[in-house]
Design a protein around this ligand. Structure first.
Ligand code: PEP
Ligand code: MG
Length: 602
C-alpha cells in the first residue's frame, strides 16, 4: 500500500481500477545527436513507423464506414500526407544535415510546416496545420512504441491516471466511465481542474509521481476531499474507505438536497440585508451547459469560454460558431451572455498548435495575442458573435489585455467586423457592450486608461494571481504560493474595482475566486458588482450574500487592505466568518480549507 498526496480538485471518494493515459506529450520527445554513420539506421526506423501509422489510419478509415463522411475524408487526407514525397524528402534532408534522432527530426519538420500553415491567410491551409501535427504525432508515437488509447468510448469504469490531461482530452472523454481523475500536473485553477469540477468527477491533481508509481489495472482509492490517492490499499484501509464511499453517497444525496433547498432562492435577488444588490452569473465552457443555468438562478453568463468550441472540434467555421452562440443566447431568454473571444494557447492548444513549441507558453502566444496575430480567424469569430447578438443580449470580452494598444487593435477589428455585417445586411446589436478582462499586473496598473475604452471590466483572478505572484497555475510544485489573500492580489482587485467605478462602469469577476464563499464578503466589501462562477456555486453564494450586511463587509475589506501578509488577512477573514456563521464555509483560497462554526453558534 502506498499513499500519494496531491491537491484536492473535486471532492468525492472513488474506489476502482487505474487506466494510465500513455504519455505522448511533445515536451517529452527524446532529442539526441547521432553520428553520420547512424543516419541509415534512423531512416530504417522511420520507414516501418510510417507503415505502422498508415495501417492504423487505414483501420480508422474503415471503421469510419462511409468513405465520404467527414471522418473518412480526414483519414484519407492523413494517409496522403504520410505518403507525401516532399515530407519524406524534408525528413531525409534534415536528418543528413542536423544529425539528430529521427523522432526529433519528424517533430521539427512538422512544427515548421505547421507554423507556416498557421500563418497563412487561407483558412483551408490553416486547417491543414492540425492535420500535419496529427500525422507527425502518430509517426512519433509509432517510433516510440506508444499506442494512444481512445478515451471516448471506454468499456468499463476507470480511474484515469495521467501526467497532464489536456483540456481537449477532458472534454472528449467518456464522462460516464471515467469515475475519477488522478493527475501529476495542475492546480485547482488549471483549465482541466475547472472542467472536471463542472463534470463533477472526483479528482486529485498535482501529485508529481502518480504516473511513475501507478500501473494499469492497479486498485486505487481516490479521496478527492483529502487530496489523497491510495495505491494497492490493504484490507483494513479498503474497508474503511468502503464505509467512507457509502457515506459519500449519502453526502452526495445531502448535497443534492441542499441544492434543492437552495434552489428555492432561484428567483430572489442577491442582495444584502442593508440593500446592496449584486449580480450573480455563470461561467460556461460548452453551449450545452446553457440550458441548465436557470435552475441555479444565474442572472446571465459572465464568461463563456468560447475556445472550448474549437478544442472540441479542432476548428469552428463562422456558421458553426454562430449556431453555438445563438443556442446559448436563446437558452438565456434575454439574460445577458458575455462571450469571451478565444483564449487559446497556454494549456489550451489546438492540434496544429501543439507542434509550435514555446519555452514559456503562459507568457507566449495566447489569448488576444493569438487572435490579433490571426486576424482572419479573429474577424470570423467577431462576426459570429455580432450576428448572435441579434438573438438576445450579448456582450463581447477580450482576454489577457496587456495595455491600451492591444485593446484598441481588438476594438478596431471589431469595428471592421461590424462594417462587414452591415454590408452583408446581417443584423446585430449596434449598442453591443465590450469588456476587458483584467488578468495581468499591467492591466491593473493601467485600469484607469483601459476603463476609458471599456464598457465593463471582468477580473480573471486565475491568471491575475498567476501573473502577479509569478506562480504557474498548472505547476503543482508552486501551487501553495497561489494565495488570493496575498496583499498584492487584494490591493490589485480593489484598484481595478475603483478604476471601473471612477469611470462609471461595472466591475465583474469571473475567476474561480468569485465562487469562493469565504472570500465573498471581502469582494462584496471592496465593491465588486458582479460575480461569475460555476453555476452550481451560485445558490450557496446567494444565500451567503443575503445573510450579510454591506456596511460590515466594507469594514472587513478596509481592514484587510491595511494588513501586510496572507496569514493576517486569512486570520481576519476566518475570525469574521466564525463570528457570523452556523454553517461551515468551505474555501479553496483561505488556508484551513474549512472554516468551522464558532462554539457559541454551533
Ligand atoms: C481567469 O484567468 O481567471 C479566467 C477566468 O480565465 P481562464 O481561467 O479561462 O484563463
Ligand atoms: Mg484567464
Amino acid at each position: 500500500m502506498k499513499i500519494l498526496s496531491g491537491i484536492s480538485a473535486v471532492a468525492g471518494v472513488v474506489i476502482g481500477k487505474a487506466l494510465l493515459l500513455p504519455e505522448d506529450d511533445y515536451r517529452e520527445i527524446p532529442r539526441y545527436t547521432i553520428s553520420p554513420g547512424e543516419v541509415t539506421g534512423e531512416l530504417e526506423r522511420f520507414v516501418p513507423a510510417v507503415q505502422e501509422a498508415a495501417a492504423e489510419l487505414r483501420n480508422l478509415k474503415e471503421s469510419a464506414g462511409d468513405m465520404n463522411s467527414e471522418q473518412g475524408k480526414i483519414f484519407e487526407a492523413h494517409l496522403l500526407m504520410l505518403e507525401d514525397p516532399d515530407f519524406h524528402y524534408q525528413i531525409k534532408a534534415r536528418l543528413e544535415s542536423k544529425y539528430e534522432n529521427i523522432e526529433w527530426i519528424v517533430f521539427e519538420v512538422a512544427r515548421d510546416l505547421s507554423q507556416k500553415l498557421l500563418q497563412s491567410d487561407d483558412a483551408y491551409l490553416r486547417e491543414r496545420a492540425a492535420d500535419v501535427a496529427d500525422v507527425s504525432r502518430r509517426i512519433i508515437n509509432c517510433l516510440r512504441g506508444i499506442n494512444r488509447i481512445s478515451l471516448k468510448n471506454l468499456e468499463e469504469d476507470v480511474i484515469l491516471v495521467a501526467r497532464n490531461l489536456l483540456p481537449s482530452d477532458a472534454l472528449g472523454m467518456d464522462k460516464k466511465r471515467v469515475k475519477a481523475l488522478v493527475m501529476d500536473m495542475g492546480s485547482r485553477v488549471s483549465h482541466t481542474a475547472i472542467l472536471v469540477r463542472s463534470f463533477g468527477i472526483p479528482s486529485v491533481i498535482g501529485l508529481s509521481s502518480a504516473v511513475r508509481e501507478i500501473s494499469n489495472g492497479d486498485t486505487l482509492i481516490v479521496d478527492g476531499e483529502a487530496g489523497k490517492v491510495i495505491l494497492d490499499p490493504d484490507r483494513a484501509v479498503l474497508k474503511q474507505y468502503e464505509t467512507k464511499y457509502r457515506q459519500d453517497e449519502k453526502n452526495r444525496a445531502n448535497r443534492r438536497h441542499l441544492a434543492e433547498e437552495l434552489s428555492a432562492l432561484q428567483d430572489l435577488p442577491a442582495e444584502t440585508s442593508d440593500g446592496r444588490r449584486v449580480v450573480l452569473k455563470a461561467n460556461i465552457e460548452i453551449a450545452e451547459e446553457a440550458a441548465e443555468l436557470g435552475r441555479y438562478g444565474a442572472e446571465g453568463i459572465g464568461l463563456y469560454r468560447s475556445e472550448f468550441l474549437f478544442l472540441q472540434n479542432g476548428q469552428a467555421s463562422e456558421e458553426q460558431q454562430l449556431e453555438a452562440y445563438s443556442r446559448v443566447v436563446k437558452a438565456l431568454e434575454g439574460r445577458p451572455v458575455t462571450i469571451r473571444t478565444v483564449d487559446l494557447g497556454g494549456d489550451k492548444l489546438l492540434p496544429g498548435m501543439q507542434a509550435v513549441k514555446e519555452e514559456n507558453p503562459l507568457l507566449g502566444w495566447r489569448a488576444i495575442r493569438f487572435s490579433l496575430s490571426l486576424p482572419d480567424l479573429f474577424m470570423t469569430q467577431l462576426r459570429a458573435i455580432l450576428r448572435s447578438s441579434a438573438e438576445g443580449t450579448v456582450k463581447i470580452m477580450f482576454p489577457m489585455i496587456s495595455g491600451i494598444e492591444e485593446l484598441e487593435m481588438a476594438l478596431a477589428l471589431l469595428e471592421e467586423a461590424k462594417k462587414e455585417c452591415r454590408r452583408k445586411g446581417q443584423p446585430f446589436d449596434e449598442e453591443i457592450k465590450v469588456g476587458t478582462m483584467i488578468e495581468m499586473p499591467a492591466a491593473v496598473v493601467t485600469a484607469d486608461i483601459l476603463a476609458e475604452r471599456s464598457d465593463f471590466f471582468s477580473i480573471g483572478t486565475n491568471d491575475l494571481i498567476q501573473y502577479t505572484l509569478a506562480v504557474d497555475r498548472g505547476n503543482e510544485k508552486v501551487s501553495y504560493l497561489a494565495q488570493a489573500t496575498h496583499p498584492a492580489v487584494i490591493r490589485f482587485i480593489k484598484q481595478v474595482i475603483d478604476s471601473a467605478h471612477a469611470r462609471g462602469i461595472p466591475a465583474a469577476m469571473c475567476g474561480e475566486l468569485a465562487g469562493d464563499s469565504a472570500v465573498a464578503p471581502l469582494l462584496l466589501g471592496m465593491g465588486l458588482d458582479e460575480f461569475s462562477m460555476t453555476a452550481q456555486s451560485i445558490p450557496r453564494i446567494k444565500e451567503l450574500i443575503r445573510s450579510l450586511d454591506f456596511a460590515s463587509c466594507k469594514i472587513l475589506a478596509e481592514e484587510s487592505l491595511t494588513l501586510s501578509s496572507c496569514k493576517e488577512i486569512q486570520a481576519l477573514v476566518n475570525r469574521w466568518l466564525k463570528e457570523r456563521f452556523l454553517r461551515p464555509v468551505t474555501s479553496d483560497f483561505i488556508a484551513g480549507d474549512t472554516v468551522e462554526p464558532s462554539d457559541e453558534n454551533a
